[in-house]
Write a protein that binds this ligand. Structure first.
Ligand code: NAD
Length: 297
């Protein structure tokens, strides 16, 4: 059993911390929202008064925060964790942020001789609840191996993508591809519907043809085709348009920094930003299907 400090108990972090308790670990948590702390106590966690207090003397410190500036504040700001964790701790950031932020935090810990890895996840809220997440790690191999002791209680697959920041790059490559598949699937379905085809029949045809892909086969964006998909519950729950838009922004930053050509990623970034600006930021990302509905001729 390890002592774990866990900071950031939102849609993802809350169930992840609960799974660590189920795995037999002692978990001390912190979040800015009282409701998130109450849910964590009900799941068997101990509450700390600050991020620093949650991390103090912990064997493992895990963060699951929304975006770059939260991670920078929690680690590198005044009272930042970089100065507060035990020298023997392993620190794991599971948030999706830029590779540059992951590398800056890694460097700050390295100056103190503390191990840090970036370990963003795939699998969504369902995966966080079921303990079946995929962790995509960047950092030293020894630190990634050590992380297995806690990550196996929250996920099924653990990959080592490369050096510090590589986990974040692999994660945004995946999400950029996912967005392209979602937009492509949505426009193909809308084209068929505009010509009078039944979306369920068209989905079955494409699923058994060369257009088959995860967004069509498992997470169909057309309401009514799949009972359990967010599309069939007015796009509630799932992975928010705003989070996808953030990840696509990170992909574009990474493309600019490296000279990589990402025309499809740039287009989907613009589509998701527009969809958010139209008021759909809190809907599931498959709701982009609605933007692509045929207009009157
Ligand atoms: P969320 O907004 O539900 O939760 C974030 C939590 O962090 C909130 O409870 C917030 O109060 C807390 N927080 C913010 N600043 C803090 C601070 N300074 N100290 C302590 N707590 C603080 O977000 P989420 O959906 O749990 O996502 C977290 C990360 O995981 C994001 O980077 C997201 O891109 C990534 N992710 C999300 C999903 C998903 O399906 N939701 C899937 C994969 C990856």
């Amino acid at each position: 059993m390890a002592q774990v400090g866990f900071i950031g108990l939102g849609n993802m972090g809350g169930p992840m911390a609960a799974n660590l308790v189920k795995g037999g670990h002692q978990v001390r948590v912190f979040d800015l929202l009282p409701a998130a702390l109450e849910a964590a106590v009900a799941a068997g966690c101990d509450v700390a008064a600050s991020a620093g207090a949650a991390a103090q003397d912990a064997d493992f410190v895990i963060t699951m925060l929304p975006a770059d500036h939260h991670v920078q504040t929690v680690y590198l700001g005044e009272q930042g964790l970089v100065q507060q964790v035990a020298a023997t701790a392993l620190v794991i950031d599971c948030s999706t942020v830029s590779a540059a932020t992951a590398q800056a935090v890694h460097e700050a810990f390295a100056a103190r001789g503390v191990a840090f890895i970036d370990a963003p996840v795939s699998g969504g809220v369902g995966g966080a609840q079921a303990g079946t997440l995929t962790f995509i790690c960047g950092g030293e191999a020894s630190a990634v191996n050590r992380a297995h002791e806690v990550l196996t209680h929250m996920g099924k697959n653990i990959f080592h993508a490369g050096a510090a920041g590589a986990g974040q790059i692999a994660k945004i490559c995946n999400n950029m591809l996912l967005s392209v598949l979602m937009v492509g699937t949505s426009e193909a379905l809308q084209l068929g519907i505009a010509h009078g085809l039944d979306a369920t029949v068209l989905s079955e045809i494409m699923a058994k043809s060369s257009g088959s892909n995860w967004t069509l086969d498992v997470y169909n964006p057309c309401p009514g085709v799949m009972e359990k998909a967010p599309a069939s519950r007015d796009y509630e729950g799932g992975f928010l348009v705003d989070l996808m838009s953030k990840d696509l922004g990170l992909a574009q930053q990474a493309a600019l920094a490296s000279g990589a050509m990402t025309p499809m990623g740039a287009l989907t970034h613009n589509l998701y930003r527009s969809w958010s600006a139209l008021g759909h930021g809190r809907k599931d990302f498959s709701s982009i299907f609605k933007l692509l509905e045929a207009k009157q001729k």
